[in-house]
Design a protein around this ligand. Structure first.
Ligand SMILES: [Zn+2]
Length: 248
């Protein structure tokens, strides 16, 4: 069954405008009254200006996992030998975000279908606020399902059918019910160390100050948006800290 889209959809084509006049069309243009012609030219310029602005979707689009993405997940984020969710239990989210340079982009996340619309709401809230930036948001299959590689690249990701690091239990990421955000500014820290290594500085509580691009602090738009859908934050864990981690 097709999933419902989260809300109104707004997407413009890439900035490419092809104008081709065949003999008949060229004759039609020649015959057109000056007023009609001017109106059409004006419309063409408006379209060109909109396309050239590089606009992205303003709201998250929720879709069933497409064929190409599903094929690519197999053996990377999805494994036949593990208790992974079915394709129908997952959804692809195309989320709008502001990157570290302040450019609006569209990222991709796979999440549990049951949580898809809640997660869409979170990313739409963060995007509309303009108060938080993401380094990048790509499917973890881009890193062959390697959490270490994704973290080292400061990538924000969700679904990954894997066990909890150093344990036999399945992670909440394995059901698409957890999201890791900007791992370098929001690293995982336990008694053994801080991961990813590039985030070592931000594993120190005194270094976690508001105003650092991509860094999550208590009470900011990110923690408030996730609290709004009832997800908990790894920044509240007692024994370890997992500042990048939000989970249902
Ligand atoms: Zn996590």
């Amino acid at each position: 069954m097709a999933l419902k889209r989260s809300s109104v959809r707004f997407r413009l084509a890439p900035p490419i405008l092809t104008i081709e006049l065949t003999g008949t069309a060229a004759q039609g243009l020649h015959d057109m009254s000056a007023a009609t012609c001017a109106a059409r030219v004006a419309l063409a310029f408006i379209a060109l200006a909109l396309c050239g602005s590089g606009a992205v979707a303003q709201q998250t689009i929720v879709e069933p996992v497409p064929d190409a993405a599903w094929r690519n997940m197999n053996g990377k984020s999805w494994h036949a030998h593990l208790p992974c969710p079915s394709r129908e239990e997952l959804a692809l989210l195309k989320v709008p975000y502001w990157d570290f340079n302040g450019v609006a982009r569209t990222g991709e996340l796979i999440v549990g279908r049951s949580a898809a619309h809640d997660v869409a709401k979170v990313f739409d809230t963060i995007f509309a606020s303009r108060q938080f930036r993401f380094a990048k948001i790509r499917l973890i299959d881009h890193y062959n399902g390697s959490d270490d590689a994704s973290m080292a690249d400061n990538n924000t990701s969700a679904f990954n059918c894997r066990k909890v690091e150093g344990s036999q239990g399945m992670s909440k990421h394995a059901r698409g019910l957890a999201i890791d955000i900007n791992p370098i500014q929001n690293p995982y820290r336990d008694a053994k160390g801080t991961y990813p290594r590039a985030g070592t500085r931000y594993g120190i509580p005194a270094e976690r100050k508001p105003g650092i691009t991509g860094l999550i602090v208590e009470g900011d738009i990110v923690t408030r948006a996730f609290a709004g859908i009832g997800w908990s934050w790894g920044g509240h864990f007692k024994s370890i800290k997992d500042y990048q981690h939000f989970a249902k």
